[in-house]
Design a protein. Structure first.
Length: 212
């Protein structure tokens, strides 16, 4: 790999991570200038790689969908239905899967995004069906419950705040506390005596927001 190509790849990785971080803090109003500054590159470099902010967010969304599908397939490869589902949820949460929720409805969903999203839905349904059949997942939990759960846990206001404050000394403890919370929530997915309130949320609650 040439030095120039390696530098371009490092800059692209930095831009994508910066965009994810700024989105977590500022939502859909995240500015190109803030993203470039967080990545340590000039705005010109950003626009050479991504012609528009929408194109950058579409790329982030595509990578997020690919990660979702990868960890779902890994979960299905586990012989233990509960371990497979739990590892899927944890893998998505730790990746920060929910950080892209603020851009829902603000960007055009490309054909490639739609295809990968449909595959992701199918994989999640298989994970849930397998867990239900094994009796390790409460029967009133639906796919959208899991998707919304991942979105809610995918952001950690405490960790975001500490990073913004530059409190690297507290980040390990905050990360450990987050892992504990994830484990507590996962345990709540197991069969229990208390029924969930209301009816399972409909698919439109999760995907309807992406209509542009």
């Amino acid at each position: 790999m040439t030095t120039r190509k390696a530098l371009a790849e490092r800059n692209d990785h930095a831009l994508l991570q910066a965009a994810r971080d700024v989105l977590a803090e500022d939502g859909a109003h995240a500015s190109v200038a803030a993203i470039a500054a967080r990545a340590g590159v000039g705005i010109g470099s950003l626009y050479r790689r991504y012609k528009t902010k929408e194109e950058l967010f579409q790329r982030l969304s595509l990578l997020s969908l690919e990660h979702w599908n990868d960890v779902a397939e890994q979960g299905l490869a586990s012989p233990d239905p509960w371990a497979g589902l739990a590892s899927f949820v944890q893998g998505c949460v730790e990746f920060g899967q929910g950080s892209l929720a603020p851009v829902a409805g603000t960007i055009e969903v490309t054909q490639e995004m739609s295809v990968k999203a449909r595959l992701g839905d199918e994989l999640l349904e298989r994970l849930i069906r397998r867990a239900h059949e094994a009796g390790v997942l409460r029967t009133d939990v639906a796919a959208v419950d899991i998707s919304l759960l991942i979105e809610q846990l995918g952001r950690s206001p405490m960790i975001d705040q500490l990073r913004k404050q530059g409190r690297d000394d507290l980040l390990p403890a905050a990360t450990e506390a987050r892992r504990r919370l994830i484990t507590i929530v996962l345990d709540g997915l197991r069969p229990g005596p208390v029924p969930l309130p209301g009816s399972p949320p409909g698919e439109e609650l999760f995907t309807g927001r992406w209509s542009h």
